[in-house]
Ligand binder design. Structure first.
Ligand code: NAD
Ligand code: NA
Length: 395
């Protein structure tokens, strides 16, 4: 079978499993090139199959020799298709980690459920004893609560409606997009799905089960962004959820004091991932930002961000480098005033005819395709993919 990309709006409907392997291998090579660092040896990653979670896992295993348990919600092969990119990322990561002599276990299922918490606790006890670090990197549109209630997050603004050019990845074109103001219920629900409550439940359960090593740390990923994007993000429903996440870091930190541990939030830079491509209007900011940051030689992808986080700002010579609010600022380069001034000068000039000339929308598009295993160098996309052998692979 020859696989060609199927993109619908800003969502990829398929993936190229062999290309996903090349993407994982590229991230591993980048971590190896950056050199080893002294990091945690036993790590639990929630949201391990793509984006920041996968990059974290790769950085820690191949940079610091960590054994990992990764939790994710992914689809395997079925009569509906070959399965999701994250499904294959898990498989290729595990194979490479095992080849390097590391433990890598993938748990597939709903990380919001108590069943998964129990499964993780049992797996930690059997395979790792305890963990030194818990990474919280879930991005989801839905959370099923313990009583079965389904809560959905929305991507809306608050106050006034906001509209602007958005990116249609399917047609490589700009389209008008708008964000309506959220109702109080929509804000509350988005906080329930993407805020800190579930993070806290995880750390409580792990601590009660004696699965956290003395001095264990936890980090969750967040975004703040520049003022120009506040209506899209910080003052939007997702921004409220992130505020809740930041506040929860304080609560968890108090709880971890019992074992000498700490909770942090890493405020990351804006990057192309499955989750961020879906936020209205934001990808236009992202394309402009990528152009400016590449021009100035400070561009980072997911893997470079995560390598710098662990090697430089969490487990480097200065220990954890955070501000007074427990925030580790990985958005330092993005928020550099010179970079933001350059982006802000370009943004009002963007039209459907000139956007490719003003920003790095080709780079953004390539990154998006590569998340799904397409457009990687060294992969022969004309060669048929052996579906039967892929179907036999287990995470
Ligand atoms: P992503 O979509 O690439 O990854 C999300 C992960 O969560 C996947 O591994 C997925 O399988 C897992 N997941 C989702 N629902 C699940 C469930 N119910 N059970 C188990 N696993 C589940 O997204 P990402 O961009 O890497 O986002 C991760 C975190 O980083 C989010 O908190 C996001 O807000 C934050 N962040 C992203 C950006 C960005 O620009 N992409 C910037 C800063 C912070
Ligand atoms: Na992730």
């Amino acid at each position: 079978m020859i696989i060609t990309p199927q993109i619908q709006g800003c969502v990829a409907r398929n993936c190229h499993p062999i290309g996903c392997r090349a993407a994982v291998q590229q991230q591993i090579a980048s971590v190896r090139a950056a050199g080893p660092f002294n990091g945690p040896k036993r790590v639990l990653v929630l949201g391990a199959s793509s984006g920041f979670g996968l990059a974290s896992r790769i950085a820690l295993t191949f940079g610091a020799g960590a054994d990992t348990i990764g939790i994710s919600f992914e689809r395997g092969p079925s009569d509906k298709g070959l399965g999701s990119a994250g499904w294959y990322n898990n498989i290729w990561f595990r194979q490479a980690a095992e080849q390097a002599g590391r433990i890598a276990i993938n748990l597939i299922g709903d990380a919001f459920s108590d069943t998964m918490r129990q499964q993780a606790i049992e797996t930690i006890r059997q395979q790792l004893g305890q963990v030194d670090l818990v990474i919280y990197s879930l991005a989801s549109g839905i959370r099923v609560l313990a009583d079965g209630t389904q809560v959905r997050s929305v991507l809306k603004t608050t106050g006034q409606p906001f509209s602007g050019w958005g990116l249609d990845l399917e047609r490589d074109a700009l389209v008008q997009q708008s964000l309506a103001p959220a109702t109080p219920e929509e804000i509350r629900d988005t906080v329930t799905v993407m805020g800190g409550e579930d993070w806290q439940l995880w750390l409580q359960a792990l601590q009660q089960a004696d699965c956290l090593a003395p001095g264990a740390q936890t980090v969750a990923y967040s975004y703040i962004g520049p003022e120009s994007t506040y209506p899209l993000y910080r003052d939007g429903t997702i921004g409220y959820a992130k505020e809740h996440l930041h506040a929860t870091a304080e609560t968890i930190n108090l709880q971890l004091a019992q074992i000498g541990g700490h909770a942090w939030v890493s405020v990351c830079k804006a990057l192309v991932t499955k989750a961020s491509a879906y936020i209205p209007v934001l990808p236009v900011y992202l394309g402009l930002l990528m152009g400016v940051m590449k021009e100035r030689g400070v561009h980072e992808g997911c893997i470079e961000q995560m390598q710098r986080l662990f090697a430089g700002k969490m487990y480097g010579p200065n220990g954890v480098v955070a501000d007074g609010n427990r925030l580790i600022r990985m958005d330092d380069h993005e928020l550099d005033p010179a970079i933001q001034a350059a982006v802000s000068a370009l943004w009002p000039k963007v039209t459907p005819d000139n956007f490719h000339a003003l920003g790095d929308f080709a780079g953004l598009r390539r990154d998006f395709m590569q998340l799904n295993g397409f457009e990687l160098t060294g992969v022969d996309y004309g060669a048929p993919v052996d579906v039967a052998s892929l179907t036999e692979l287990i995470p």
